[in-house]
Design a protein around this ligand. Structure first.
Ligand SMILES: Cc1ncc(COP(=O)(O)O)c(C=O)c1O
Length: 474
């Protein structure tokens, strides 16, 4: 077991997995175990050179006593989860490999049962649908606000949650996504108090909000506002490595954390990557450190700077907080008059060497990250000013292709029943009028175009431009 008092010197914050990995690296043993590449010697030399000997030497799993285990959590991994729980204000935190996806699967599997009703927002991530297919719980769909001018889903109205709870006295939980991918924030406090009134747990997929706890200029985290379980994709904006996320159980939740843990144990790999776990530990420690706090303040200031620049532009507009909803300032969604989001994205990429987070029909999403410098934003603003005064033409309008699924689904069969029905694959031209047998969702944003059991209509076709065949129910 590692000594809890060991500190990461650079930040003066404890990071037990990082310390354990340092000790592991500095005390190499003769290795007769997995991974068989044995510190990178058993792989392509080009790959070894690219990755570096050190990174490959640290590629290990939780089989060695001094590193601890993930399930059940022991040693430095347990300590790191406890430190994360303290940092995020949770009763218990689980580290996740395979992203927030596995968190959502474990929530569905651990907390819902076949036939139970779960209130879910229509624009949820596909992993929630997969979870419900596994458990057999039935979604009751809430339709959030639609921001038609922006081609985006907006906030969830607390009234729409209450209406569904009033109409259905057998709802087992409410599961919402907050914020949206583009940073639109719902009134979670009111939704949480409605859930308390009806005595149902509130689960929040806060995949895109993991920084909120670390700066009071960002929205309040759902853990503080009364959610029972919250999932955070630390790898998205928190500074950890791709695929690493966290699942938190709140202090006052009546949810049995063991139910979630048991599901995680079934779903998780039995060879967890210590590099990914260490990156979660490092990301949390960094966010708590003076350095991390400065980086986050800088990310907020950079976002404000860019927003002020966009305000000076004539043809480029940004999504801002409005009456009824708030936004996360670090997620900047902009659109340009006469250009689709996809076209704007390609202009930035091809003409200016800039890659943004995502593009949809109407606009593009820019993230102000803790790793960005002010000069990045000065360059971006300069390029946007050039686009603003240049007469670019849109080629994407000609394609009649849509990207952000905004349709209200017509559901004819339950998710699980539809998913496990007999199916056939038909050419897209024959799919209209049939029921989808699969989840069709492009990432980003991972919002479904089609759900199993959903009636396929003409309106779906612009979203399916890249598909030749669709799996339908026989
Ligand atoms: C709202 C939401 N939830 C969950 C996920 C899944 O997260 P991960 O990529 O960490 O598995 C995503 C991914 O984009 C998402 O947008």
């Amino acid at each position: 077991m590692q000594n809890k008092t060991l500190n990461n010197k650079r930040t003066n914050i404890q990071a037990p997995i990082v310390e354990a990995l340092k000790a592991y690296y500095n005390n190499p043993a003769y290795q007769f175990h997995i991974p068989g590449h044995t510190r990178g010697l058993g792989t392509l030399p080009d790959f070894r050179n690219l990755m570096g000997k050190k990174a490959l030497s640290l590629d290990t799993t939780d089989e060695f006593d001094n590193l601890g285990t993930l399930t059940p959590a022991t040693g430095p991994i347990k300590e790191a989860q406890e430190l994360a729980a303290q940092a995020f204000g949770a009763k218990e935190t689980f580290f996740l490999l395979n992203g927030s996806t596995i968190g959502n699967l474990a929530i569905a599997m651990g907390l819902t049962k076949k036939g139970q009703k779960v209130i879910v927002n229509r624009n949820c991530h596909r992993s929630i649908l997969t979870g419900l297919i596994i458990s057999g719980a039935e979604p009751l769909w809430i339709l959030p606000e639609k921001f038609e001018d922006w081609g985006l889903w907006g906030n969830i109205n607390p009234e729409s949650v209450e209406k569904l709870l009033k109409e259905n006295d057998d709802v087992s939980m409410v599961w919402i996504t907050n914020p949206t991918y583009e940073g639109v924030v719902s009134d979670v406090k009111s939704i949480a108090s409605i859930c308390k009134k009806y005595n149902v747990p509130l689960i929040v997929d806060e995949a895109h909000g993991c920084l909120w706890n670390f700066n009071d200029k960002l929205p309040e985290t759902s853990l503080k506002l009364g959610a029972d379980v919250v999932v955070h994709s630390l790898h998205k904006t928190g500074g950890s490595m791709s695929q690493s996320s966290m699942l938190h159980i709140s202090e006052n939740s009546k949810i049995n954390a063991d139910d979630v843990e048991r599901a995680l144990m079934l779903l998780h790999t039995t060879s967890p990557s210590l590099i990914l776990l260490g990156s979660l530990d490092a990301a949390r420690a960094n966010l708590q450190s003076v350095r991390g706090q400065k980086q986050l303040s800088q990310a907020i200031n950079n976002a404000k700077y860019l927003r002020a620049e966009v305000d000076k532009m004539e043809h480029i507009h940004q999504l801002k907080s409005d009456f009824g909803y708030k936004t996360d300032v670090t997620k900047i969604f902009i659109k340009a008059d006469g250009l689709s989001g996809k076209r704007l994205e390609s202009i930035l990429e091809i003409d200016f060497g800039i890659e943004v987070e995502s593009a949809s029909d109407a606009g593009i999403l820019i993230l102000s990250n803790i790793g960005n410098k002010r000069s990045d934003f000065e360059y971006l603003a300069e390029c946007l000013h050039k686009i603003d005064i240049h007469d670019y033409k849109d080629i994407y309008y000609l394609e009649n292709k849509k990207h952000m699924p905004m349709l209200t689904p017509i559901i004819k069969k339950s998710l699980r029943e539809a998913y496990f029905s007999e199916k056939e694959v038909v050419p897209k031209s024959e799919a209209v009028g049939r029921l989808s047998g699969e989840v069709v969702a492009e990432c980003p944003p991972g919002i479904s175009i089609l759900l199993p059991g959903e009636l396929i209509t003409e309106a779906h076709l612009p979203y399916l431009a890249d598909y030749n065949f669709i799996e339908v129910i026989k």
